[in-house]
Design a protein around this ligand. Structure first.
Ligand SMILES: Nc1ncnc2c1ncn2[C@@H]1O[C@H](COP(=O)(O)OP(=O)(O)OP(=O)(O)O)[C@@H](O)[C@H]1O
Ligand SMILES: [Mg+2]
Length: 276
Protein backbone atom coordinates (compact mmCIF):
# COMPACT_ATOMS: atom_id res chain seq x y z
CA UNK A 1 0.00 0.00 0.00
CA UNK A 2 1.47 3.41 -0.90
CA UNK A 3 1.98 5.78 2.03
CA UNK A 4 -0.74 8.41 2.55
CA UNK A 5 -0.34 11.50 0.40
CA UNK A 6 0.45 13.67 3.39
CA UNK A 7 3.64 11.73 3.97
CA UNK A 8 5.04 12.11 0.46
CA UNK A 9 8.23 14.13 0.55
CA UNK A 10 7.65 17.71 -0.51
CA UNK A 11 9.99 20.38 -1.71
CA UNK A 12 11.71 21.89 1.33
CA UNK A 13 11.89 25.65 1.48
CA UNK A 14 15.48 26.88 1.30
CA UNK A 15 16.54 29.16 4.16
CA UNK A 16 20.19 29.73 3.29
CA UNK A 17 20.81 32.26 6.08
CA UNK A 18 19.48 29.97 8.79
CA UNK A 19 21.94 27.43 10.09
CA UNK A 20 19.59 25.22 12.10
CA UNK A 21 15.82 25.02 12.37
CA UNK A 22 14.43 23.37 15.48
CA UNK A 23 10.73 22.58 15.92
CA UNK A 24 9.23 22.38 19.40
CA UNK A 25 6.31 19.98 19.32
CA UNK A 26 4.03 17.81 21.43
CA UNK A 27 1.07 15.62 20.76
CA UNK A 28 -1.04 17.06 23.55
CA UNK A 29 -2.05 20.68 24.05
CA UNK A 30 -1.18 22.73 27.09
CA UNK A 31 1.99 20.88 28.06
CA UNK A 32 4.09 24.03 27.71
CA UNK A 33 5.35 23.98 24.11
CA UNK A 34 5.12 27.73 23.61
CA UNK A 35 6.70 28.36 26.99
CA UNK A 36 9.53 25.94 26.18
CA UNK A 37 10.01 27.31 22.65
CA UNK A 38 10.19 30.89 23.94
CA UNK A 39 12.49 30.25 26.88
CA UNK A 40 14.70 27.88 24.91
CA UNK A 41 15.06 30.50 22.18
CA UNK A 42 15.99 33.11 24.79
CA UNK A 43 18.46 30.72 26.43
CA UNK A 44 20.12 30.08 23.06
CA UNK A 45 20.34 33.84 22.61
CA UNK A 46 21.89 34.20 26.07
CA UNK A 47 24.52 31.69 24.97
CA UNK A 48 25.44 34.12 22.23
CA UNK A 49 23.49 32.65 19.33
CA UNK A 50 21.49 34.59 16.74
CA UNK A 51 17.98 33.29 17.21
CA UNK A 52 14.57 33.60 15.58
CA UNK A 53 11.26 32.37 17.00
CA UNK A 54 8.45 31.47 14.63
CA UNK A 55 4.98 30.92 16.06
CA UNK A 56 3.44 28.27 13.81
CA UNK A 57 0.26 28.14 15.86
CA UNK A 58 -1.91 29.99 13.36
CA UNK A 59 -5.16 29.32 15.23
CA UNK A 60 -3.90 30.04 18.71
CA UNK A 61 -0.73 32.12 18.65
CA UNK A 62 0.93 32.54 22.07
CA UNK A 63 4.21 34.20 21.20
CA UNK A 64 2.82 37.78 21.06
CA UNK A 65 1.63 37.61 24.68
CA UNK A 66 4.70 35.72 25.89
CA UNK A 67 7.07 38.17 24.22
CA UNK A 68 5.09 41.28 25.17
CA UNK A 69 3.83 42.34 21.74
CA UNK A 70 0.36 43.75 22.33
CA UNK A 71 -0.39 45.52 19.07
CA UNK A 72 -1.12 44.21 15.57
CA UNK A 73 0.71 45.44 12.47
CA UNK A 74 -0.04 46.19 8.83
CA UNK A 75 1.48 43.34 6.83
CA UNK A 76 2.10 45.65 3.85
CA UNK A 77 4.12 48.25 5.67
CA UNK A 78 5.77 46.42 8.57
CA UNK A 79 9.18 44.92 8.01
CA UNK A 80 8.86 41.51 9.70
CA UNK A 81 10.32 39.82 11.67
CA UNK A 82 9.94 42.00 14.76
CA UNK A 83 12.72 42.02 17.33
CA UNK A 84 12.02 41.64 21.09
CA UNK A 85 14.37 40.67 23.93
CA UNK A 86 17.02 40.03 21.25
CA UNK A 87 14.97 37.49 19.30
CA UNK A 88 13.58 37.84 15.79
CA UNK A 89 9.88 37.01 15.90
CA UNK A 90 6.99 36.18 13.62
CA UNK A 91 3.46 35.21 14.60
CA UNK A 92 -0.01 35.28 13.11
CA UNK A 93 -0.88 37.24 16.23
CA UNK A 94 1.08 40.20 14.82
CA UNK A 95 -1.42 40.40 11.95
CA UNK A 96 -4.68 39.68 13.78
CA UNK A 97 -5.52 39.82 17.47
CA UNK A 98 -4.73 36.46 19.10
CA UNK A 99 -8.29 36.25 20.46
CA UNK A 100 -9.72 36.49 16.92
CA UNK A 101 -10.99 33.01 16.17
CA UNK A 102 -9.41 31.68 13.02
CA UNK A 103 -11.75 29.69 10.85
CA UNK A 104 -9.38 29.08 7.97
CA UNK A 105 -9.03 25.75 6.39
CA UNK A 106 -5.83 23.84 5.71
CA UNK A 107 -4.76 25.61 2.50
CA UNK A 108 -4.86 29.04 4.18
CA UNK A 109 -2.77 27.77 7.07
CA UNK A 110 -0.33 26.28 4.57
CA UNK A 111 -0.16 29.59 2.70
CA UNK A 112 0.67 31.63 5.77
CA UNK A 113 3.17 29.16 7.15
CA UNK A 114 5.08 28.96 3.91
CA UNK A 115 5.01 32.76 3.64
CA UNK A 116 6.37 33.07 7.18
CA UNK A 117 9.21 30.76 6.25
CA UNK A 118 9.96 31.88 2.72
CA UNK A 119 8.95 35.53 2.36
CA UNK A 120 10.20 36.93 5.62
CA UNK A 121 13.75 38.12 5.71
CA UNK A 122 15.08 36.26 8.73
CA UNK A 123 18.62 37.36 7.87
CA UNK A 124 21.44 35.31 9.32
CA UNK A 125 20.41 33.08 12.21
CA UNK A 126 22.13 30.31 14.10
CA UNK A 127 18.78 28.91 15.22
CA UNK A 128 15.21 29.35 14.13
CA UNK A 129 12.98 27.86 16.83
CA UNK A 130 9.48 26.96 15.66
CA UNK A 131 6.61 26.69 18.13
CA UNK A 132 4.27 24.12 16.62
CA UNK A 133 0.56 23.93 17.44
CA UNK A 134 -0.58 20.89 19.43
CA UNK A 135 -1.45 17.69 17.61
CA UNK A 136 -0.44 16.10 14.36
CA UNK A 137 -2.75 17.79 11.85
CA UNK A 138 -2.40 19.91 8.69
CA UNK A 139 -0.24 22.68 10.08
CA UNK A 140 2.23 20.28 11.65
CA UNK A 141 2.52 18.26 8.47
CA UNK A 142 2.97 21.36 6.32
CA UNK A 143 5.76 22.50 8.53
CA UNK A 144 7.50 19.23 9.01
CA UNK A 145 7.44 18.66 5.27
CA UNK A 146 8.34 22.11 4.01
CA UNK A 147 10.52 23.75 6.66
CA UNK A 148 14.19 22.77 6.44
CA UNK A 149 14.06 21.23 9.93
CA UNK A 150 17.29 20.13 11.54
CA UNK A 151 15.31 18.34 14.19
CA UNK A 152 12.44 18.40 16.63
CA UNK A 153 12.21 18.62 20.38
CA UNK A 154 9.18 16.90 21.88
CA UNK A 155 7.69 18.39 25.03
CA UNK A 156 5.67 16.22 27.36
CA UNK A 157 4.46 16.28 30.95
CA UNK A 158 4.98 13.24 33.18
CA UNK A 159 1.44 11.87 33.14
CA UNK A 160 0.26 9.06 30.89
CA UNK A 161 -2.34 11.12 28.93
CA UNK A 162 0.40 13.43 27.78
CA UNK A 163 2.77 10.57 26.95
CA UNK A 164 0.22 8.85 24.72
CA UNK A 165 -0.07 11.98 22.59
CA UNK A 166 3.68 12.58 22.66
CA UNK A 167 4.12 9.15 21.05
CA UNK A 168 1.93 10.33 18.16
CA UNK A 169 4.18 13.36 17.78
CA UNK A 170 7.25 11.13 17.70
CA UNK A 171 5.62 8.94 15.08
CA UNK A 172 4.83 11.96 12.90
CA UNK A 173 8.47 13.06 12.86
CA UNK A 174 9.58 9.51 12.07
CA UNK A 175 7.21 9.40 9.12
CA UNK A 176 8.46 12.66 7.65
CA UNK A 177 12.04 11.68 8.49
CA UNK A 178 12.82 14.62 10.72
CA UNK A 179 15.25 13.61 13.46
CA UNK A 180 13.98 13.92 17.01
CA UNK A 181 16.66 15.72 19.00
CA UNK A 182 15.13 14.52 22.23
CA UNK A 183 12.36 14.78 24.79
CA UNK A 184 11.91 17.51 27.36
CA UNK A 185 9.69 16.81 30.34
CA UNK A 186 7.95 19.97 31.56
CA UNK A 187 6.20 20.47 34.90
CA UNK A 188 8.17 17.53 36.36
CA UNK A 189 8.24 18.62 40.01
CA UNK A 190 8.27 21.54 42.38
CA UNK A 191 10.20 22.17 45.55
CA UNK A 192 7.87 22.94 48.46
CA UNK A 193 8.41 25.44 51.27
CA UNK A 194 9.70 22.48 53.29
CA UNK A 195 12.50 22.00 50.74
CA UNK A 196 11.09 18.65 49.59
CA UNK A 197 10.55 17.63 45.99
CA UNK A 198 6.91 17.07 44.99
CA UNK A 199 5.83 15.36 41.77
CA UNK A 200 2.10 16.07 41.36
CA UNK A 201 1.94 14.55 37.85
CA UNK A 202 3.94 11.41 38.62
CA UNK A 203 7.50 10.51 37.88
CA UNK A 204 9.68 9.29 35.07
CA UNK A 205 7.23 9.51 32.15
CA UNK A 206 9.55 11.52 29.93
CA UNK A 207 12.53 9.23 30.49
CA UNK A 208 10.36 6.19 29.86
CA UNK A 209 9.09 7.66 26.59
CA UNK A 210 12.62 8.55 25.47
CA UNK A 211 13.87 5.03 26.19
CA UNK A 212 10.93 3.47 24.42
CA UNK A 213 11.47 5.65 21.34
CA UNK A 214 15.25 5.33 21.40
CA UNK A 215 15.77 9.11 21.54
CA UNK A 216 17.70 11.17 24.11
CA UNK A 217 16.03 12.52 27.22
CA UNK A 218 17.09 16.15 27.33
CA UNK A 219 15.94 17.11 30.82
CA UNK A 220 13.13 18.06 33.17
CA UNK A 221 11.77 21.52 33.86
CA UNK A 222 10.31 22.26 37.29
CA UNK A 223 6.90 23.80 37.95
CA UNK A 224 7.26 27.40 39.06
CA UNK A 225 4.37 29.89 39.18
CA UNK A 226 6.76 32.56 37.93
CA UNK A 227 6.92 30.72 34.58
CA UNK A 228 3.24 31.45 33.99
CA UNK A 229 3.40 34.93 35.49
CA UNK A 230 6.36 35.88 33.26
CA UNK A 231 4.72 34.32 30.19
CA UNK A 232 1.52 36.28 30.75
CA UNK A 233 3.53 39.42 31.45
CA UNK A 234 5.47 39.33 28.19
CA UNK A 235 8.89 38.90 29.78
CA UNK A 236 9.79 35.18 29.91
CA UNK A 237 11.44 33.78 33.03
CA UNK A 238 14.81 33.12 31.36
CA UNK A 239 15.01 36.84 30.56
CA UNK A 240 13.30 38.28 33.64
CA UNK A 241 14.75 36.01 36.35
CA UNK A 242 17.93 34.52 34.88
CA UNK A 243 19.10 33.40 38.34
CA UNK A 244 16.17 31.07 39.02
CA UNK A 245 16.51 27.28 38.86
CA UNK A 246 14.08 27.26 35.92
CA UNK A 247 16.22 29.72 33.96
CA UNK A 248 19.37 27.69 34.71
CA UNK A 249 17.57 24.57 33.59
CA UNK A 250 16.75 26.27 30.29
CA UNK A 251 20.37 27.33 29.81
CA UNK A 252 21.46 23.73 30.32
CA UNK A 253 18.77 22.54 27.92
CA UNK A 254 19.92 25.06 25.32
CA UNK A 255 23.44 23.66 25.63
CA UNK A 256 22.15 20.13 25.23
CA UNK A 257 20.07 21.13 22.20
CA UNK A 258 23.14 22.73 20.61
CA UNK A 259 25.09 19.52 21.15
CA UNK A 260 22.27 17.42 19.76
CA UNK A 261 21.93 19.55 16.64
CA UNK A 262 25.66 19.25 16.04
CA UNK A 263 25.54 15.50 16.62
CA UNK A 264 22.51 14.77 14.49
CA UNK A 265 23.12 17.11 11.57
CA UNK A 266 26.26 18.16 9.78
CA UNK A 267 26.26 21.46 11.65
CA UNK A 268 29.58 22.30 13.20
CA UNK A 269 30.08 24.64 16.05
CA UNK A 270 32.21 25.39 18.96
CA UNK A 271 30.37 24.42 22.14
CA UNK A 272 29.94 27.21 24.68
CA UNK A 273 31.09 26.95 28.25
CA UNK A 274 28.31 27.64 30.71
CA UNK A 275 28.77 30.05 33.61
CA UNK A 276 26.25 29.09 36.28
N1 LIG B 1 7.21 24.81 34.16
C1 LIG B 1 6.07 25.50 34.31
N2 LIG B 1 5.69 25.96 35.53
C2 LIG B 1 4.55 26.66 35.68
N3 LIG B 1 3.70 26.97 34.67
C3 LIG B 1 4.03 26.55 33.42
C4 LIG B 1 5.23 25.80 33.18
N4 LIG B 1 5.29 25.54 31.84
C5 LIG B 1 4.19 26.09 31.29
N5 LIG B 1 3.43 26.69 32.23
C6 LIG B 1 2.14 27.39 32.02
O1 LIG B 1 1.22 26.43 31.48
C7 LIG B 1 0.34 27.05 30.55
C8 LIG B 1 0.40 26.33 29.21
O2 LIG B 1 1.67 26.56 28.62
P1 LIG B 1 1.84 26.81 27.05
O3 LIG B 1 0.87 27.82 26.54
O4 LIG B 1 3.29 27.07 26.83
O5 LIG B 1 1.44 25.37 26.51
P2 LIG B 1 1.28 24.88 25.00
O6 LIG B 1 1.67 23.45 24.99
O7 LIG B 1 1.98 25.79 24.08
O8 LIG B 1 -0.28 25.03 24.81
P3 LIG B 1 -1.10 24.91 23.41
O9 LIG B 1 -1.18 23.46 23.16
O10 LIG B 1 -2.41 25.56 23.76
O11 LIG B 1 -0.31 25.64 22.37
C9 LIG B 1 0.78 28.51 30.47
O12 LIG B 1 -0.01 29.27 31.34
C10 LIG B 1 2.22 28.48 30.97
O13 LIG B 1 2.63 29.71 31.54
MG1 LIG C 1 1.26 26.84 22.41
Amino acid sequence: MPPPEAHQPQQKIAMPGVKSVVAVASGKGGVGKSTVATNLALALHMLGRRVGLLDADIYGPSIPIMMGVKETFDANTTPFPLTRHGLKLMSMGFLVKPETAMIWRGPMVHKYLTAFLAQIDWGVLDYLVIDLPPGTGDAQLTLTQTAPLSGAVIVTTPQEVSLIDARKGLEMFNQVRVPVLGIIENMSFFVGADGKRYEPFGRGGGIKLAKEAGVPFLGEIPIDPRVAECGDGGDPIVHKYPDTDVAKTYLNLANVVIQQVVRMTDATEELPTLQL
